[in-house]
Design a protein around this ligand. Sequence first.
Ligand SMILES: Nc1ncnc2c1ncn2[C@@H]1O[C@H](COP(=O)(O)OP(=O)(O)O)[C@@H](O)[C@H]1O
Ligand SMILES: [Mg+2]
Length: 402
Amino acid sequence: MDVNETISRRYYEYKADYEAAQLAERRGNIEGARKLYRQAAWDLCDMAELESGETRRQRILHARTIMDKAESLGKEQPASNAGRGSGSGTAAGPAKGAAMSAEASGSQDNDNPWISEGIPSTTFDDVVGMEDVKRLIRERVIDQFKYPELYAQYGLQGGTGVLLFGLPGTGKTTIARAIAHEFNAPLYTVLGSDIRSKWVGESEKMISKLFDKARSTPTALIFFDDFDDLGKKRSDDSSSVHDNKIIVELINQMDGFKKNTNTIVVLAATNRPWMIDSALMRPGRFEHHFYVPLANHEARVMLIKMKLGRAPVDPDIDMDQVSDLLAGYNGADIESVAKTAISAALRRAKAMQDRGENGTSPVTYEDFVNAAADHKSSVDPGDIALLRQYAKERGIELPEEL
Ligand SMILES: Nc1ncnc2c1ncn2[C@@H]1O[C@H](COP(=O)(O)OP(=O)(O)O)[C@@H](O)[C@H]1O
Ligand SMILES: [Mg+2]
């Protein structure tokens, strides 16, 4: 595995841990959330170890912020802010955490709101299933840059704002990275929750800084993950003046594109599209909407095989049966079930080696049954209904799922 691949795997892990932490936090599971946030910070540190320069610095700063968050969970808010920059990140662990936080401090003034991972190595082939969605994204978004004259000639030039919506853990973040790969352009990821919590009162400045950064290369992709956190509906409530400013700035920036000489594609992902201010959905802004479905039977089979990776697998295993076992699970769930099943097989293999026996212990159907018993699907069927209803009302293609 080359370095980029390792980094991109770590990035997936980071995303999965971070999102799981947010979920645990929302559900009031403070200790669980703390553990997952710490894990997410560690994933970032692992990435940073393989990186250099500005990317590395950003990564470490980001890890610090998440670590601070982990430590301040369940405590008073002001304490968490005071903790920033005061070395509380050392809870990440002895030597590495301390070294990382030393490297990051001293340059916090240039703190940027985005994570830049360069041109992602993830491709459309890494996005399992949802062939219709991939085809539509190619036709409506990517190809207009590959065949600009043709799209102009046929009058089908469209905007460059793309909203991906669907259940958590279905591959939205993965698709965003694959789109950037197709454009062969750098991806600047902004977590909606981050921009609001870290730059209170300054979020709109950060957005303009982000777009300036994107204008510095011929083509760039901006990706707002957890977009509902950032683009949520404006209200008259005075506490949301700040939110309104964010939306106004986003609109200004997106409408400003036409004057740009470079190409900026703006992607956003959300689990709750109805939360987003409708002004952002107009033509020229986020005008392309794609529903990212839950993996169906075939996609689950492919995901299971992919997540098993190179682990030895029982040759008699019936993947259709495993897929049926995991009906209703999202991609992230399937990934964790596969990891648990692999760990069980590895445990047996270690025991065999300890006993001086030869051979391996492959992953079996039984391992999947046990793993699935431990990890129930995190999908709420009610959410599927809400999302499908939302798509239907707007005439958005609804691929088959389940
Ligand atoms: N369709 C898919 N193809 C490949 N991997 C997937 C797919 N759906 C989910 N995953 C895996 O599940 C995890 C979560 O996916 P992610 O893209 O972060 O989902 P989302 O952004 O929709 O929450 C990642 O590790 C990813 O590799
Ligand atoms: Mg995501």
